[in-house]
Ligand binder design. Structure first.
Ligand code: FPP
Length: 244
C-alpha cells in the first residue's frame, strides 16, 4: 500500500500531537553500503526531508528530531565538524521549502559549545518561520535531557531567589515550562530506528508517558510508509497514564 493510502487509515480524532524521533543508524547504513559515515549522514538528511513532508501531509502538530546530542562531541573531530555543518547547511538550504509548507522551526538544546556564528545562523533561519501556523519542527541540537533539566533548575532557582516564583508553586507544569520545550505538548510517541531500544538522554522529563516504537530499519532507509505505520500502531495502543 502506498503511504497516501495509509494516511487515509489514520483516525484523525486520535492523532498523536507530538512525535519525537531518535534517528539512529547512519553509520551502520554507510558500513553496509561500503561507503564512509559522512555519506550515511547525507542520506540521513534526505530521510529527514521525507519524514517532515510526510508529517505535514498527515497533519501532525509537533515533530522533534534528535540531530546532535551533548554526547555526540565524543565522536572524531572530523565527524563532529561535518555533522554540525551538514545540519546547519541543510536547514538553511531547505528553509524556503519549509516555510512554503507552513512549518515552524525551533532548535532545542544548549547554546553552549555551539559556535556563535552557528547560533546566529540558527536563529535567523528559525525566525523567518515563526509566523507560520503548521507543523512545529523541533531540531534537537546539542541536546541532552539531563542538561536540559540542569538548565531548567538554574533558571528556576534564579526566579525563586529573585522572588519571581514561590517554591511552593513548583509542580509538573511549572517544571515543563522551564524546559527547552516550554509550552509544547509532551511527545505521545517516540520512534527509534536501527534496532536500539533505549532513550539515550532524549526528552528525559517529557517522555514520562510516551509510547515507544522501535524498528530495525536504519535511519537513511526509514520510509514514509513506516512512519505512517508507527502512527497506526500508536492508535491501537491503550494509554492509561497510570490509571487502570
Ligand atoms: C545517528 O546515526 C545519527 C546522528 C547522530 C545524526 C543525525 C543527523 C542527521 C540525520 C542529519 C540531519 C538532521 C537535520 C535536522 C537536517 P549514527 O551515526 O549514530 O549511526 P550508527 O549508530 O550506525 O553509527
Amino acid at each position: 500500500m502506498n503511504y497516501k493510502q495509509l494516511i487515509e487509515n489514520i483516525d484523525k480524532e486520535r492523532m498523536p500531537k507530538h512525535i519525537a524521533i531518535i534517528m539512529d543508524g547512519n553509520g551502520r547504513w554507510a558500513d553496509a553500503q561500503n561507503t564512509n559515515r559522512i555519506n550515511g549522514h547525507k542520506q540521513g538528511v534526505l530521510a529527514v526531508r521525507r519524514i517532515v513532508e510526510t508529517a505535514v501531509e498527515a497533519g501532525l502538530e509537533y515533530l522533534t528530531v534528535y540531530a546532535f546530542s551533548t554526547e555526540n562531541w565524543r565522536r572524531s573531530k572530523k565527524e563532529v565538524n561535518y555533522l554540525l555543518k551538514l545540519i546547519m547547511d541543510s536547514l538553511v538550504k531547505e528553509i524556503d521549502d519549509l516555510i512554503a509548507n507552513n512549518v515552524i522551526i525551533r532548535f532545542i538544546g544548549s547554546k553552549e559549545e555551539l559556535e556563535k556564528n552557528y547560533n546566529k545562523k540558527v536563529l535567523n533561519t528559525c525566525k523567518s518561520s515563526w509566523k507560520n501556523t503548521g507543523l512545529h519542527l523541533n531540531v534537537a541540537m546539542n541536546y541532552g535531557g539531563r542538561r536540559e533539566l540542569i538548565d531548567a533548575f538554574k533558571l528556576m532557582s534564579d526566579d525563586i531567589i529573585s522572588g519571581k516564583i514561590s517554591k511552593n508553586l513548583i509542580n509538573d507544569e511549572m517544571i515543563s515550562n522551564y524546559l527547552y520545550t516550554a509550552y509544547m505538548p509532551d511527545p505521545d510517541l517516540i520512534i527509534r530506528t536501527s534496532g536500539e531500544e533505549r532513550l539515550s538522554n532524549f526528552l528525559v522529563w517529557q517522555s514520562a508517558y510516551s509510547e515507544f516504537w522501535f524498528t530495525k530499519t536504519l535511519w537513511p532507509d526509514f520510509s514514509r510508509q513506516e512512519f505512517i505505520q508507527s502512527i497506526l500502531d500508536f492508535q491501537e495502543r491503550k494509554r492509561r497514564f497510570g490509571s487502570r
